[in-house]
Design a protein around this ligand. Structure first.
Ligand code: FA5
Length: 332
């Protein structure tokens, strides 16, 4: 039999082999040591004349290599096919579900509670201007209180906005500028809630981040008092924590309120954690938004959403919220 005929036959056999055992049968048929068709030709080379040896020898050896390769490839092909085989009785793979971030949970709870007591939820820009973040809130450029808010300033210059100087751009250091934006376009009475992201250029520690969330509240009307603030905030705490927590009001200073207070909550270990600043809206703020200061009064507060989340879930370090660690978020 000549080499070409063996090549054709062997190729067909390899193509038709559909498992490893069939491949072995083909291998033995052509390359088996004892009686393989190609092996026999190779064995008979020694009895051939030099000319015949030249004619058959090279071709037979090449074919041997070729057939070995073909069988090898076929075996590989068969084994990958087997891997792809679908076993419907195998238990399924568990699909990992995504989780809402704990701060998202807290944000939703706060919105729901304040909506239920008739607060309107509003959104404001994270990129602010100096006028709304500071000047209109009774914090002029040369006022030392500006140092209370370490600011990320934006290099891009702002344009003059009509005849009102809006100053430079910055990342808002608190949600209070939305007090101004809302009052510029709405008439009292109203009560609003502004949850949002805030930014401060300061050193981080267990209770301070450079990027965190605040929730601003503002209620303005003809006879709103600090007693209304106490009632609203204490109602909120009861609903939010679902239990009575110990808290305290401390006198404090913010240029846009008079009088000003801060509120701390006592942690399980006994330490106090400051959660908000608040007070009665300063008359200079009403002047800035062209309200008649003798006809209205109001309260405002700004609380740290991260801090409330830390207390509610017993989280010891604010930086965990921004760690991006799924083992942390998975727990909520
Ligand atoms: C303010 O930002 C005022 N705008 C709050 C306010 C609003 C006062 C309305 C009066 C009327 P303060 O800088 O204290 O105030 O921040 C308010 C709350 O935000 C703090 O009580 C704290 O809970 C949270 N907070 C402040 N800085 C950080 C920070 N770096 N990381 C996390 N939370 C912070």
């Amino acid at each position: 039999m000549d080499i070409e005929t063996i090549r054709e036959k062997a190729k067909n056999d390899i193509r038709d082999a559909n498992d490893a055992q069939a491949c072995e049968v083909v291998r033995v048929r052509y390359l088996g040591r004892k009686d393989g068709e190609l092996t026999n030709i190779l064995k008979s080379l020694k009895d051939m004349s030099l000319e015949e040896k030249r004619k058959f020898g090279v071709g037979a050896n090449e074919l041997k290599i070729e057939l070995n390769e073909l069988i090898e490839n076929k075996l590989k092909e068969l084994s990958t096919k087997k891997e792809r085989h679908l076993d419907v009785t195998k238990p399924g793979k568990k699909v990992a579900l995504g989780h809402l971030h704990p701060l998202t949970h807290i944000d939703k709870q706060i919105r729901d509670i304040f909506s239920s007591i008739n607060f309107t939820i509003v959104d404001g820009p994270e990129l602010e201007d100096e006028y709304h973040n500071f000047d209109a809130l009774n914090i002029p450029a040369d006022h030392p209180a500006r140092d209370m808010w370490d600011t990320f300033w934006i290099k891009q210059k702002t344009k003059e906005d009509g005849n009102k100087h809006i100053g430079k751009f910055l990342m808002r250091t608190h949600t209070s500028p939305m007090q101004i934006r809302y009052m510029e376009t709405h008439k009292p009475p109203f009560q609003i809630l502004v949850p949002g992201r805030t930014f401060r250029y300061e050193a981080t520690d267990a209770s301070h981040e450079i990027n965190f969330y605040q929730v601003e509240g503002l209620m303005v009307g003809p006879d709103v008092t600090l007693a209304n603030f106490k009632f609203v905030i204490e109602t909120f705490f009861k609903k939010f924590f679902g239990k009575e927590l110990e808290f305290r009001y401390r006198p404090s200073y913010f240029p846009f309120v008079e009088p000003g207070v801060e509120l701390d909550i006592r942690l399980p270990g006994g330490k106090w954690l400051e959660v908000m600043g608040a007070g009665m809206v300063h008359r200079n703020v009403f002047d800035a938004v062209k309200y008649e200061r003798r006809e209205v009064q109001g309260f405002a507060f700004g609380m740290g959403l991260d801090r409330l989340a830390m207390i509610k879930y017993g989280i010891p370090d604010i930086r965990l919220f921004y760690s991006g660690d799924a083992r942390f978020t998975e727990q909520f």
